[in-house]
Design a binder for this molecule. Structure first.
Ligand code: FAD
Ligand code: SF4
Length: 331
């Protein structure tokens, strides 16, 4: 095990400065991803700064107007059990409940969840194989290796990994905002801009820089959230990451769709919004299964499956359709 020192932060400004000045320092919240990364030697920080004692970062608050503010240190299990979340944003509660295990959800924080790194086996391989995310410039073993679990959208020759967070898919569908405090003050990052596509720099997962601390996530009120659903397909029924997942939410006039939100997980380096489908679903009846199916299919014309994951193209469309139907039944 790589050795590290552990200290505890009690002041956000000091924690941010320490992180900005010391490239060998990492924040630790629940530790459920970071400690695994250290064991796999995919992260080798010399100093861990425990942020669990920072004030006012574990609260879950209903905002005036119907939105939600979730502190970055709120635990997955607490958010999933929150009445406000369950009633007004079921897609968020379900994405959390389908993730990991009860014990992990009790430890794992919301900020840590959206920061978790890919489950690509080559990235997590402690023998240091070819992986541009782990060791920039070393190549991508998955591109022509075992890539059943990998991306079908937005990948590059440098990296074909997927983002493993279920919660991130739901937050993408809800157009959440990540509230980050850095040395220059606080900024608000739209969820669509938080995670990155791999391009030529797959070692960078997101828009954060040194000295950035996620303090909260805001979920704005929207008319679709109440009729929403998260559907996850995986190789076993629990304690497993998504092969493919969908977060769906919609508003309807009778059976006719007024507006829809659809985001997919397990298909790209970041949650993948089906924006073309969302636009074209307006006006379609929830009873018109062929119409729903073909509208969703139009968002998959630019899918680029790899050698072992062509099945995801069909599977993802079925998951999106089923998630839409379940969301529709909640209107
Ligand atoms: C066996 C197993 C199964 C799992 N299954 C699933 C699953 O099915 N679905 C799913 O979504 N997840 C799954 N997970 C992942 C789990 O949800 C994450 O490990 C967890 O959410 C990370 O939160 P944490 O608080 O433990 O983060 P930590 O491990 O403490 O931190 C993770 C990263 O986030 C950074 N960080 C933490 N908080 C902040 C902050 N406030 N600001 C800036 N950076 C921060 C840390 O520096 C670190 O880089 C699984 C994990 C395990 C071990
Ligand atoms: S897909 Fe990305 S994470 Fe996996 S081996 Fe290739 S570069 Fe590494």
């Amino acid at each position: 095990m790589h050795p590290f020192t552990l200290s505890r932060a009690d002041d956000p400004a000091k924690a941010i400065t320490a992180h900005a000045l010391d490239p060998q320092l990492a924040f630790i919240a629940g530790g459920t991803d970071l400690i695994g990364l250290i064991k796999d030697r995919a992260a080798l920080p010399e100093r861990l700064l425990d942020i669990n004692g920072l004030p006012h970062m574990a609260e879950i608050q209903a905002l005036p107007g119907g939105g939600l503010r979730i502190g970055a240190l709120a635990r997955m299990s607490d958010v999933a059990a929150d009445t406000e979340v369950r009633t007004h944003f079921p897609v968020i509660a379900e994405a959390l409940l389908f993730a990991a295990s009860g014990q992990l959800r009790n430890m794992a924080s919301i900020g840590g969840n959206i920061m978790q790194r890919t489950r690509c086996a080559y990235f997590r391989d402690e023998t240091d194989g070819r992986c541009n995310k782990r060791s920039p410039g070393s190549g991508c073993a998955a591109r022509h290796g075992l890539n059943r679990n990998h991306a079908i959208f937005g990948w590059s020759q440098s990296c074909v990994a997927t983002n493993p967070s279920d919660l991130a898919v739901a937050l993408a569908a809800m157009d959440a905002i990540v509230i980050v405090r850095g040395q220059a003050g606080e900024r608000r990052i739209p969820f669509a801009d938080f995670h990155r596509l791999p391009g030529n720099t797959p070692e960078r997962d997101n828009a954060l820089d040194r000295g950035d601390l996620i303090v909260a996530i805001e979920v704005p009120a929207n008319i679709e959230a109440r009729a929403s659903h998260y559907l996850k397909v995986r190789d076993r029924a629990s304690y497993e990451f998504a092969l493919v997942s969908a977060a769906a939410a919609l508003a309807a006039d009778g059976r006719s769709i007024l507006s829809a939100r659809l985001a997919m997980g397990g298909v790209a380096h970041k949650p993948w919004r089906l924006t073309a489908a969302e636009r074209n679903l307006r006006g379609i009846s929830l009873d018109d299964i062929d119409g729903l199916r073909s509208t969703i299919a139009a968002s998959f014309v630019d899918a680029r499956p790899l050698a072992h994951n062509a099945f995801k193209v069909e599977l993802a469309q079925r998951v999106a359709l089923r998630a839409m139907q379940t969301a529709g039944a909640r209107i």
